[in-house]
Design a protein around this ligand. Structure first.
Ligand code: CP
Length: 312
């Protein structure tokens, strides 16, 4: 058993494969319980703070749903609105207050290192719900849980990671997460300006993950899993640079019909803009809505392990 109790979740690289497998096992139990309509209130009386300084649909709401399914209550804010941050209060002071009120803090911010700062200030555990372009560890947990559910294991598969590999924190955390498994091969597909950052490539190299850059068609032809990400418009220092790369790749039903091998699955952390066309949604390749729904049981498992609930 991993040492989960009271732990911060800042970076997927902080977790071993065994710990991730333990999380996935409990998430599967919770998924079965949810499907059977069984109620489990192991976090009754606990309070989870959701401090979202950036917009979110899935991360915020699935944490909120997970907490409430487990009997916990939530407090929090979106984009800092209605809080004293609008009066100039610092992140550190805001976190100190949440730490006084809640048992666990989930934080999302555009600033890299904000979750780390929060973890240094808070005595209660801090979960990184996304910090700038850097990390989105709970998204990677959901991604690999979904791959395991679809294929039996993340090992031995060929992955194509497509899109904004430079500014996309979900893509970076997915690539970091691959180092915890044994992928057959990884194809990186992005416009030249949006290639994976050196530190991410170094992590792949250090753990012996075989990767290469590829064009979209070749990658789709070879892949078992196509992990697509949005170009992160909001993180470009210069809007003109975004204009040069927007819409530069697109997964369409036609592309999949002509290139995909049997059993290929398309994942996407969402939200999507135009990088997967809507005609893919009703095909056998679509797995991104399953992935998004898995956010609830995976985050239920995470909250239980960190806060020391007994499980299902
Ligand atoms: N995948 C993800 O982080 O989605 P949200 O931005 O909606 O939370």
């Amino acid at each position: 058993m991993g040492d989960w109790k009271g732990r911060d979740v800042l970076n997927i690289l902080d977790f071993t494969r065994d710990e991730l497998e333990e999380l996935f096992d409990l998430a599967s139990e919770y998924k079965r319980a949810l499907e059977a309509g069984r109620v489990t209130r192991v976090l009754e009386g606990r309070i989870i703070a959701l401090a979202f300084f950036e917009p979110s649909t899935r991360t915020r709401m699935s944490f909120e749903t997970a907490a409430k399914r487990l009997g916990a209550a939530t407090v929090g804010f979106t984009k800092g609105e209605g809080t004293s941050i609008e009066k100039g209060e610092s992140l550190a002071d805001t976190v100190r207050m949440l730490d006084a009120y809640a048992d666990l803090i989930v934080i999302r911010s555009r600033y890299e290192g904000s979750a780390l700062l929060a973890a240094e200030v808070a005595e209660h555990p801090v979960v990184n719900g996304g910090d700038g372009k850097q990390h989105h560890p709970t998204q990677a947990m959901i991604d690999f849980y979904t791959v395991k559910e679809l294929f039996g294991s993340p090992d031995g598969l060929t992955y194509a990671v497509v899109g904004d590999l430079r500014y996309g924190r979900a893509a970076s955390s997915f690539l970091y997460g691959l180092t915890r498994f044994r992928p057959e091969r990884v194809f990186l597909v992005s416009p030249p300006q949006l290639r994976a950052r050196p530190e991410v490539l170094l992590a792949l190299m250090d753990s012996g993950v075989e990767y290469s850059e590829a064009d979209l068609e070749t990658a789709v032809e070879e892949a078992d899993v196509v992990y697509v990400t949005r170009i992160q418009k909001e993180r470009f220092p210069d809007p003109a640079e975004y204009e040069k790369v927007k819409g530069s790749y697109r997964i369409t039903r036609r592309l999949l019909e002509s290139r995909a091998k049997k059993g290929l699955k398309v994942l996407h952390p969402l939200p999507r803009v135009d990088e997967i066309t809507y005609d893919v949604d009703s095909t056998e390749w679509q797995a991104y809505f399953i992935q998004a729904a898995n956010g609830v049981p995976v985050r239920m498992a995470l909250l239980t392990l960190i806060l020391g609930g007994d499980g299902v």
